[in-house]
Every structure is written in structure tokens, then in C-alpha cells.
Design a protein around this ligand. Sequence first.
Ligand code: GFB
Length: 246
Amino acid sequence: MVGGLFKNMRQNLDFWRSNMYINDNVLQTAHEVDVVKVVSCLSTCIFPDKTTYPIDETMIHNGPPHDSNFGYAYAKRMIDVHNRAYFEKYDRRYTAVIPTNVFGPHDNFNIEDGHVLPGLIHKTYKAQTLHVWGSGRPLRQFIYSLDLARLFLWVLREYDEVDPIILSVGEEDEVSIKEAANVVVQALEFKGEVVYDTSKADGQFKKTASNTKLRKYLPEFTFTPFPEAIKKTCDWFVDNYDIARK
Ligand code: GFB
């Protein structure tokens, strides 16, 4: 069960319970039917809020997550605990990846519940005036869904550790929400006014993640440039507006 900042702030208990049920049902059933590999998804938003940067895989449990999504964050952290326990008891090499903020075609473009980029794309496509929520100052690393899918297949076939691995663009690719909004505005050739609604929450200011571990395994992997990935996502949304989840 996933959602953007605002859905998390509204439903921490649901995120905690639903994801805890999913964790146990999926992993226990996989074990019982002798599935040899499960790759679960955590997220870079589950890391401690008060932390040093860049964040790496060893820091997952080093303190409370940001208050806005504590239900989701703690439930996702428990997958790491689950995986270690299945390895200890049954030698299961079940593992997890820690993607940074994902975006791309087929996303959930619902403005209230979705993540920032699909929300901005939907609003920019429909609006005369684009209302960006918050100050625009928070920083994020965004990964294009097709790049994540390529990395996911590599993890499924080649990555043999039980410990999780961060799947993210580099620290140098971190952008502000404002910069990301401007890329969306360019991609959709939006000519209207852009206003920042600071009555809405900013959420976590930054969660800068290191992809050093990924780079050790895949030094040559190339990510789709952010403006190109946004353009592809906008084109998909416009071409598939009728069937897009919104
Ligand atoms: O993707 P997002 O909702 O989640 O981004 P997080 C929230 C940031 O974007 C905040 C700003 O700074 C918002 O103020 N923002 C601006 C908007 N306009 C919009 C908009 O139209 N929609 C949304 N949603 N935000 C989530 C976690 O944190 O990250 C989840 O809460 C999940 O658990 C996800 O892990 C990946 O990046 O802040």
C-alpha cells in the first residue's frame, strides 16, 4: 500500500496495518510454497528523519522516521527484519530494494493520494494556474520507473545478498520540488502561472541517499536523464488520459 505525502499523513494506521499484513502473507506463503527468491520494496522515505547524509543501507533502523509517514516507514522496515529471520531459520535468501521516489507511465496520477510528480503532471495538464503544494524547497532524488524495472530484473537474477540495496540516481541528481515542477512545466509547454501553496506541508526536507553500493555492482548503469523521463511520462499521460489512474 503506497501513497504520496498527503495520503500518508491521513492514513498512517492503514499504511501500518495493510503493509504488515502484506509483508507476512507474501513472505510466509512464498516460503511455504518453496519460492527461492523474493525481492521486496522498501523506500528511501523510511530512513531516520534525523540522520547524517548521504543515507546508506546500514542506517535503516538508526532512529525514528519522519512523522508524516511513520506507519508506512515502520511497516516497510519490518521487511528487512523478516528477511533476516527467514535467512536465519530457513536459509531463505529473500531480499529487498530501497528505491528512491519512482515516477513514470501507468503511475497513480490521483492529485490527493498520488506522489508529487504524477500530481504535478495531472495538475499542469488540467490547470490554468499550477498550484505547487508546499514551499518547493524540499529535495528529492527521482528514479524513472523503466530504469527501476531494469535494476529490479538485475536484483532478481544477480543480487545475492539478504541485506537491502538502494536503487537511486546519485546524490548529484537530487533536485528541489521547484526544479522538478519547472521540468514538468517545460515538458507540457505550460504557459500559465505557477504558485506555491505554503499552507500545504513540505514533508521531509531531504532524504539524500547514496547509490555507492549499487555503483560497486553496476558501475556502468546509466539512468534516463530526468527531463527526458519526465517528457516520456507526460506524453504517456496525455496520450492515455482516459485510462490513466487519476
Ligand atoms: O511524492 P510526495 O508526495 O512524497 O512528495 P514524499 C511530497 C513533496 O512534494 C512535498 C510537494 O514537499 C509536497 O509539498 N508537492 C508539491 C506535492 N506539489 C505536490 C502535489 O501536487 N502532490 C504531492 N503529493 N506533493 C513519500 C512518502 O514522501 O515518498 C511515501 O510519504 C512514499 O511513504 C514516497 O515512500 C516515495 O517524497 O514527500
